[in-house]
Every structure is written in structure tokens, then in C-alpha cells.
Design a protein around this ligand. Structure first.
Ligand SMILES: *[C@@H]1O[C@H](CO)[C@@H](O)[C@H](O)[C@H]1NC(C)=O
Length: 202
């Protein structure tokens, strides 16, 4: 059952800008829940992050850009990013830019990959984007232990950089397509257009 999912690294990927990938894998025949997933319901309580390492962000408005959005039949646009206290500013800017420029910001489901659970990071996401639908997955750094070349640039030697390769294993079965974004970009148009690109079975 799980064997096809391990084939992801060999799948051709579209948009090989290093920072942006649209990844699709075959439609699974059954759904399975992912035990590592957390999050879901949202609240509008504003809590200050407790750690001095996490900057304080202003609460983003509840974007409502399109009149015809929000139908329960609309299938979500899945976006995945890494989440790390050191790059939180970048992640916040990226998420804001996606919501701001999309016609239906309520359509998104974010899948955050993190190397460790940092409660102050999650409470910062919660307070900045109270309406964000997201799940968090822990990436076990041991999966890439010994596989990262010693000669690689220092900026790339963090195991979390390679978590994207394991997306198919980490995300729930019903997610069969995902846009992966690095944490150092802003999106300047409706990402739904990228989501709708036909990969023609590639
Ligand atoms: C963030 O919000 C989610 C959903 O309401 C909740 O389950 C989680 O405990 C919150 N995390 C923190 C650190 O506040």
C-alpha cells in the first residue's frame, strides 16, 4: 500500500526553481489519517510568543477576496513549507503574501514541516493567522543522517532542507498534490493558477 509513495524522489517535478515545486503523486485508493498531524480548529485569541527568540507579529486580517469562495465542495489547495524559529519572518511573509493575493484565501490548507515542536512558533502562527487552516508534521532528522554531503554549502546542511523529499510519506493519503515553497519568498499573484497547472501525468 505504501510502496508507491516511496517513489516520490524519482518523480519529475515541475517548476524547478529551487524554491518552488508543484508535486503530484498518484491518487491513493484509501485514506489514512496521519498520526503526526496536529492543529485544525482555530481561535482568535492573541497570545504573545513566550520566547524572546520569536519576533512578535501583527495579526493578519481575515482576507475575503472573492465573493464566490468558501463553498464546502471546493477542494483545498495544499501548500507545504518548513517551519523553524530561525526563519519565521520569512514563513510569515510568505503565508501573508499567499493569502493576500489569492482569490479564495479560505481554500488553503498549509502543511508545515518542522524538525522539532516549538510551541512558541505555533502560538505565533496562531496569533498572526487566527483563520489559517494548517497541520504540523515533525520531520525526523535521522532520515537524512549521513546522507548530506560534507562539501555542501553551510546554508544547505540543515536536515529540514531535505524534508521536502519525504513529503509523500509525511502528508496524509488524501493529499495527492502539494505546492512546496521555501521560506524566503513572497508570492505576488494568485497561487491557484500554479495549482491548476496540468502536469499531464508527469
Ligand atoms: C494553535 O492552535 C491550534 C488550533 O486551535 C491548537 O490546537 C494549538 O494548541 C495552538 N498552539 C499553540 C502553541 O497555541
Amino acid at each position: 500500500m505504501a510502496s508507491w509513495r516511496r517513489r516520490l524522489p524519482s518523480l519529475p517535478l515541475l517548476g524547478l526553481l529551487s524554491s518552488l515545486l508543484l508535486i503530484q503523486w498518484p491518487q491513493p485508493v484509501a485514506e489514512a489519517s496521519n498520526a503526526a498531524a496536529a492543529g485544525g480548529v482555530h481561535h482568535s485569541l492573541i497570545r504573545k510568543p513566550t520566547s524572546p527568540n520569536v519576533p512578535v507579529f501583527r495579526e493578519a486580517p481575515a482576507f475575503r477576496n472573492g465573493k464566490t469562495c468558501g463553498s464546502p465542495e471546493t477542494s483545498p489547495i495544499h501548500v507545504s513549507m518548513t517551519l523553524d524559529a530561525n526563519y519565521l519572518r520569512g514563513t510569515m511573509a510568505a503565508v501573508l503574501s499567499i493569502l493576500q493575493h489569492s482569490t479564495c484565501p479560505e481554500n488553503f490548507e498549509f502543511h508545515f514541516l518542522c524538525a522539532r515542536f516549538e510551541p512558541e512558533v505555533f502560538s505565533s502562527i496562531n496569533s498572526t493567522f487566527p483563520y489559517l487552516r494548517y497541520k504540523v508534521y515533525r520531520f525526523d532528522s535521522n532520515r537524512v543522517r549521513g546522507k548530506i554531503s560534507k562539501s555542501i554549502r553551510q546554508a544547505l546542511d540543515q536536515p529540514l532542507n531535505y524534508a521536502r523529499i519525504y513529503l509523500a510519506d509525511m502528508l496524509p493519503f488524501h493529499v495527492n498534490r502539494v505546492i512546496y515553497l521555501d521560506s524566503d519568498l513572497v508570492v505576488v499573484d494568485d497561487i491557484a493558477e500554479l495549482w491548476e497547472v496540468n502536469l499531464e501525468g508527469k
